[in-house]
Structures are given as structure tokens and as C-alpha cells.
Design a protein around this ligand. Structure first.
Ligand SMILES: [Zn+2]
Length: 122
């Protein structure tokens, strides 16, 4: 696994150990500015503000990722079958994808804010 950045213990727990932050704790949940969301682990651009929406879940939510920026695996932990989503470059865990998102994709990328860095566009 590529380790290119110093991570906080909280970010490390999410990215490397698949932890989930408590809902409504990330300042990025309410982030409404135009900008880009990068992987906190390696800096890769993962999501853009144009695909962010308020899902009410308490986690930053997107209906699509930047093409080829993320990859998925099937997660059967916690007695559920879920689609786990991670950074395609450093494999850092980001969150999960659920099939209850808005158009046009119908996907809800439910992402831990700790796994993201927001870069507002000036
Ligand atoms: Zn990454």
C-alpha cells in the first residue's frame, strides 16, 4: 500500500482499517462550495462538487466519482452485503456505495469525510 502522506490517527483508521466516522461529524458533510475532493491518503482527485448532494445520511454523499478514480469490492462484514469503495491509487478505504442515490446514476457514494481533503476553487 502506497504511503505518501502523514495521516491523522482518525484518517488512518478510516483509510487503512475501514473504520467509519460518526455521522454528522465531518465538516465536509455540509460543504457546499465549488471544488474538488481529493484522497486524504494520496492526494488523488476522487470526487467533484458537481456530483455532491445532501443525502441526509450524515456523511458526505456523491452520485458519481471521477472516472477511474475509485474501485469497489464486495464487503460482507457486519452481516450485510455492501459495495465497499476505495481509492484506486492507494487503496485507501473511502466508504460504501448504495443503490438509492439520485439520477443520473442512482448511486449514493457514502464517503467518510476523514478520507477526503477538500480543495475549494477560488
Ligand atoms: Zn488514495
Amino acid at each position: 500500500m502506497t504511503e505518501t502522506r502523514e495521516l491523522s490517527p482518525q484518517a488512518r483508521a478510516v483509510l487503512r482499517d475501514h473504520a467509519t466516522e460518526r455521522p454528522f461529524t465531518s465538516p465536509l458533510n455540509d460543504e457546499k462550495r465549488v471544488g474538488d475532493f481529493h484522497c486524504a491518503g494520496c492526494g488523488t482527485l476522487l470526487y467533484e462538487s458537481g456530483t455532491k448532494y445532501d443525502s441526509g445520511s450524515g456523511w458526505p454523499s456523491f452520485w458519481a466519482a471521477v472516472p477511474d478514480a475509485v474501485a469497489t469490492t464486495t464487503d460482507t462484514s457486519m452481516g450485510m452485503t455492501r459495495t465497499e469503495v476505495h481509492c484506486a491509487k492507494c487503496e485507501g478505504h473511502l466508504g460504501h456505495i448504495f443503490p438509492d442515490g439520485p439520477r443520473p446514476t442512482g448511486q449514493r457514494h457514502c464517503i467518510n469525510g476523514l478520507a477526503l481533503e477538500f480543495h475549494p476553487k477560488a
